[in-house]
Unconditional design. Structure first.
Length: 292
């Protein structure tokens, strides 16, 4: 596990050496810190003043106000909490279910593999947005329901990546050595294989986080996401589109923050993929050179 942490630190160092990923990390850190410490800021996302409705951006309200006179900046900041909590919870649910499924399926490769992967194929065949809407219809409209729906939709990605990585490693010498010294299946999967497949799983977690934020916003935009008055970027987009001419900042500024957040996750995910692909290519070239 120490080696896995060292590898993750090395990935972070290499990300910070690139301008695009470094800027993306800085923006996400700003969004996360602002959302985390929003209670310390002089912002109230629920305070209403009908007399100040649909005001343009000003020194008093940097993003303007909505149709109820609420500060849009305050609602964007608190809406970041909704999006980030949904993303974190969805990634956690998907990882806790998908990774063990992929480990077991890839390690054994028998009827357990066939059974588990057929279940994953069923989830994969369901359109994410329709599945989430159906689950919310059953569980009721709440942030918890949206979180669970997005998390279940992310299970196949983790399961398929974990399975593919384990199948590529299970017959290698270091795994066979652990097996020959009496290591059981559980020990091999959790202590030997899992630390060696963390890097692609981290990339998948980042990709799923961006998908989760987008899906949560889409559900709120369709009116089945987090119920008002809880701030949500998607809800602000849904309501703000009715006031594009009177107050364009109402929809444009929350939409801009949402777009930048998703693009930041996507940039980091692409950079990590490029780094891992380069490492894999270099390792393959070294192996071929050694054989020669």
């Amino acid at each position: 596990m120490t080696e896995a942490l060292a590898a993750l630190k090395n990935l972070l160092r290499r990300l910070l050496a690139r301008r695009g990923p470094a800027l993306s990390l800085a923006f996400l850190a700003l969004v996360a810190l602002t959302a985390l410490f929003a209670g310390l800021l002089p912002l109230d996302p629920l305070a209403q003043s009908i007399a100040d409705s649909l005001k343009p951006p000003s020194a008093e309200a940097w993003f303007g106000t909505d149709e109820l006179g609420r500060d849009i900046l305050a609602r964007v900041v608190y809406g970041a909490r909704t999006s980030l909590v949904t993303a974190f919870g969805a990634v956690l649910i998907a990882a806790l279910v998908g990774i063990p499924v992929g480990l077991v399926a890839g390690f054994y490769g028998d009827w357990r593999d066939s059974l588990l992967m057929r279940c994953i194929d069923v989830l994969l065949a369901l359109p994410n947005i329709l599945f989430a809407m159906a689950l919310i219809a059953v569980l009721g409209r709440s942030q918890g329901a949206a979180l669970i729906a997005v998390g279940i939709a992310g299970i196949p990605g983790f399961a398929r990546i974990a399975r593919a990585q384990v199948m590529a490693l299970r017959q290698l010498d270091f795994v066979m050595a652990v097996r020959s010294f009496g290591g059981g299946p559980g020990y091999i999967m959790l202590r030997t294989l899992l630390p060696n497949i963390l890097s692609p799983l981290v990339v998948q977690a980042i990709v799923l986080a961006s998908i989760a934020i987008l899906l949560e916003a889409a559900l709120a935009f369709l009116g089945v996401g987090v119920p008002p008055p809880t701030p949500s970027w998607g809800e602000m987009l849904r309501t703000g589109k009715s006031y594009l001419y009177e107050a364009p900042s109402y929809a444009v500024l929350p939409g801009l923050v949402l777009t930048l957040t998703i693009l930041s996750f996507d940039t980091i995910g692409r950079a990590l993929t490029a780094i891992l692909d380069r490492d894999e290519t270099d390792a393959s070239g070294a192996t071929i050179g050694g054989r020669r």
